[in-house]
Structure formats: C-alpha cells, structure tokens
Write a protein that binds this ligand. Structure first.
Ligand SMILES: C[S@@+](CC[C@H](N)C(=O)[O-])C[C@H]1O[C@@H](n2cnc3c(N)ncnc32)[C@H](O)[C@@H]1O
Length: 254
C-alpha cells in the first residue's frame, strides 16, 4: 500500500532525525519509532518486517516481559528498529521506580534498521546479524529472549528446530531456547491454537513434541491492535516458554 503524503512526510522527518549530528530527545526517539515506515524498504515482505504496534508493545513490556525486574539481561531476536526493546527498556515501572535492565541486546539483520535502532535505543547493544546464529555468537545466557519474528515461510539460513518446520517463528523460538532462560514471543495465532487456546494446532503440537518446548498462552489474542500493523491485519497471540540450561552460565557468573 503506497504511503499517504503525511506518512511520507513524517518518514522523511524521522530519517532527518536519524541523520542529525546530536543525541535525540526522548520525544524525538518516540517520533522516529512511531513514524519510520518499513514499507519504504523493498525487503519488507521478504523479511517479514512488520513492527509491533506501540500500545501492544507497551502492554507486553509491562505485564509479560515485566517492567519490575531490574538487572535482567534481555535479547531481542529480530529487533527491527527497536519498538519492543525500547518499551522493555523504558517500561512504566522501570523508569518510574528506577529499576533499570542489566543489558538489552538487539539482533537484527537489516543494516538500515540497526542504524535507526542505534539512534532510538543507544543504550542497547545492536548486532547486525542473523538471529538464527545467536547461539553461536558467544553472548552468554540471557534471563529473557523476546521476539516478534517474521511469520511463516520466510527464507532462512539454517534450521534451529531439527525437524525443519516451515514457519520461521518456530526456528526463532528454538534459537531463543538456546540462549535464554525464558522467552516471550508474538506469533501467528494459528502457530499456537485454534479458536480456543486449549485447542493446540497440529503444528504447535508437533513443535512441542519434537523440541520439548511448551508454549504457554499468555493472551487469548491481540485483535485489539489488529489494524495497527501498518498494512496486514494479522491474528497474533503472545506465548511464553521456560527453557532449561543445566550447563550454561551467564558471562559474569563466578
Ligand atoms: C516482525 S518484525 C519485528 C520487529 C521488532 N521486533 C518489532 O517488534 O517491532 C521482524 C524483524 O525481524 C527481522 N529479521 C527477519 N529475518 C531475520 C533474521 N534471519 N535475522 C535477524 N533479523 C531478521 C526483520 O528485518 C524485521 O525487522
């Protein structure tokens, strides 16, 4: 869908801010996050680059990622320009009660998104890399992995889930399981359940059977934000998972 005049004007203004030779104010960072248009890039559909709606990211950061957990190390797999990571770093309670994260690491393969992300969330470590390589990057163990990965049959460089599911989201979750203690993911609803959350889809049942990863449904669905994805109107849900790492230690552990 072509951009409206106003969207195009705001996108240019956002890019001027990204290029500015000074630090951005909080308001300017929010402007960039709100108005940068991934549809200005020709690879949006190929990379599944549809950014999380702002209010949904806020809700997720506050209640699911948990704005009251200071000192945690979090990794965002497929971070885009940092919408989800930004909300996790600046979650309401965290800013108000001064409960900063220990570290936020953003992995994103698109160099332009990384450039924008570094301007809106300079306190994060930005790695321009394939998220499917995260377990081989010597990053240590994270408390939490968050991801709104590309959905569906997006091309990938490797398989993280050995049974090679078609859906990229399962590979992202299997990657997260190797680098974090727990994970919070935005995924298509059909990758988890049918109309009712207790009815797991066949692909979800297979994912759990083959990987041992149990996906817990945190939300029924996220239809309230369905028309705020900047084009498509996906039916998504949020799932969490606990991962087990008997042999892994955090980089700072004694
Ligand atoms: C659905 S968007 C979500 C972006 C961001 N997390 C958000 O919530 O707004 C998925 C992102 O994953 C990125 N991506 C796609 N394939 C990737 C890969 N193999 N490695 C790293 N990033 C990837 C895309 O460029 C895009 O920015």
């Amino acid at each position: 869908m072509p951009l409206t005049r106003e969207q195009a004007r705001n996108h240019h203004k956002a890019m001027d801010l990204v290029a500015a030779d000074r630090d951005l104010t909080r308001k300017e960072k929010e402007f960039v996050l709100d108005h940068y248009q991934p549809s200005a890039s020709t690879t949006q559909a190929l990379d599944g680059a549809f950014f999380t709606p702002r209010e949904m990211a806020r809700e997720l950061a506050t209640y699911d990622i948990g704005g009251d957990r200071p000192g945690e190390r979090i990794i965002d797999l497929g971070a885009g320009i940092g919408r989800l990571a930004f909300e996790a770093v600046h979650a309401d309670w965290r800013d108000r009660e001064d409960l900063p994260l220990g570290e936020m690491v953003c992995v994103e393969k698109n160099p332009e998104y990384v450039r924008v992300g570094r301007r809106v969330l300079p306190e994060a470590t930005w790695l321009c890399h394939d998220l499917l390589d995260a377990a081989d990057m010597d990053l240590g163990l994270f408390d939490c992995a968050i991801s709104n990965p590309p959905f569906g049959a997006i091309s990938r460089s490797r398989d993280s889930a050995a049974y090679r599911p078609r859906q990229f989201e399962y590979h992202a979750i299997a990657t997260a399981a190797r680098v974090a203690r727990r994970g919070i993911f935005i995924v298509p609803r059909t990758s988890v359940h049918e109309e009712h959350p207790s009815q797991r889809t066949t692909s979800c049942l297979r994912f759990t059977r083959e990987t041992g990863i149990e996906l817990k449904t945190t939300w029924m669905d996220a239809d309230a934000w369905r028309d705020q994805w900047g084009g498509p109107t996906p039916r998504v849900t949020v799932v969490s998972a606990d991962f087990h790492h008997p042999g892994l230690r955090t980089p700072n552990a004694a």
